[in-house]
Design a protein around this ligand. Structure first.
Ligand SMILES: Cc1ncc(COP(=O)(O)O)c(C=O)c1O
Length: 353
């Protein structure tokens, strides 16, 4: 199924911008986000290799849901360690994963050594993606029939996700246009990478000019971190990756778009950032600015973005407003990586509606 690329005519009109705005709607997938693109591939190969169970981390819960779905379809068991700060407010998403047959634990949990040391000190520990990765990995290492599946960061994940950008390229070809600016939110980098990497090919080999902007949170603006080798997880079970990192054991304040709260950025994107090819903006932790803009998108285009995707929307609106000031008719494409049907409580809390 081809995922649509929409022209945001109503939003353009509302903003009075000469920019042309396009958004890729990754929320069209069965579980409502881009994460299915790699979940299905990883489950398929795990099944083929004879594994019977996949373990994983999840932050926003979208990856956990996508992998639960992929495991159900491939007849694998699925165990999800879910960052507690999110697990505890997204009750419906927890049920959603369980409906697919997954076992879901708040992380840090008392199920693993990596989780237990933190859980026993504080049973309300908010957790982090780095901790949840350690738990999922440790669990899989203790069971020969289990494999660990990661939802972001790694090269194979970005390659699976590149279907987003490949489709977008074809869709622009059909309407004889080409983007000047590509925008997406960035946590570990899977939707940003998937959306932009095919276009980086154009920039690096075909002399095309595109501005790439990653929308992040001031809670964990990992692209502004140091470019060095670091662990992908808290308990240092992973190999070290060369990436922009804020430190694998650093505590970051939980946010509603918590899928963006991760210490490191994918090695491929970190390299591009290190070459000066990716710009970034980090929005305030209270998220009011971002969610206000997501509400404008909702009231003009109709879709409710996931809190993480709201960052992409906010950044696209910022760029469209810049065009209004300069009169530039830029073609701006942004990725809406997931829907927010199950995140309304987060919007409610931030906007006080
Ligand atoms: C809908 C959605 N978008 C974006 C992200 C951020 O992750 P990534 O940078 O890997 O796309 C997440 C992570 O949980 C997510 O659920």
């Amino acid at each position: 199924m081809e995922i649509p690329l929409f022209r945001a005519y109503n939003l353009e009109k509302k903003l009075g911008t000469p920019a042309k705005l396009f958004y890729k709607s990754e929320f069209f997938s069965p579980t409502g986000s881009h994460k299915v693109n790699t979940a299905l591939a990883q489950a398929y190969y795990a099944k083929k290799e004879g594994f019977t169970r996949l373990t994983t981390e999840t932050g926003a819960g979208q990856w956990g849901t996508a992998l639960s779905y992929a495991c159900a379809l491939t007849d694998l068991k699925c165990t999800v360690y879910w960052v507690r700060a999110v697990h505890d407010w997204k009750h419906d998403r927890r049920t959603y994963m369980r409906l697919y047959g997954a076992d879901v634990y708040a992380s840090p949990s008392d199920k693993t050594e990596a989780g237990k040391v933190l859980y026993e000190k504080d049973n309300k520990h908010p957790g982090s993606l780095a901790i949840a990765i350690s738990e999922g990995l440790e669990d899989s290492l203790g069971d020969q029939k289990a494999a660990y599946a990661l939802g972001s960061v790694l090269n194979h994940v970005l390659i699976h996700q590149s279907i987003i950008g490949l489709e977008t390229q074809e869709q622009f070809k059909k309407i004889d246009m080409y983007p000047d600016v590509l925008i997406s939110c960035l946590g570990g980098g899977s939707n940003f990478g998937g959306f932009t990497l095919p276009f980086f090919g154009d920039v690096l080999t075909k002399n095309k000019k595109i501005q790439f902007i990653a929308a992040q949170s001031q809670s964990a603006p990992n692209l502004t971190g140091e470019y060095k080798y670091d662990y992908a997880d808290h308990a240092e079970l992973t190999p070290q990756l060369k990436m922009c990192t804020l430190g694998h054991q650093t505590d970051f304040k939980p946010i509603r778009g918590d899928g963006l709260r991760y210490h490191g950025c994918s090695p491929i994107l970190s390299l591009l950032r290190n070459h000066g090819l990716i710009d970034t903006i980090a929005y305030p932790i209270d998220e009011k600015y971002v969610f206000d803009r997501a509400m404008m998108f909702m009231q003009t285009e109709g879709w409710i973005p996931a809190p993480e995707s709201a960052y992409s929307v906010a950044c696209a609106i910022d760029e469209a407003e810049k065009c209004k000031r300069t009169g530039e008719e830029k073609v701006i494409a942004f990725n809406v990586s997931g829907h927010g049907f199950l995140d309304i409580y987060g919007y409610n809390e931030v906007l006080g509606i």
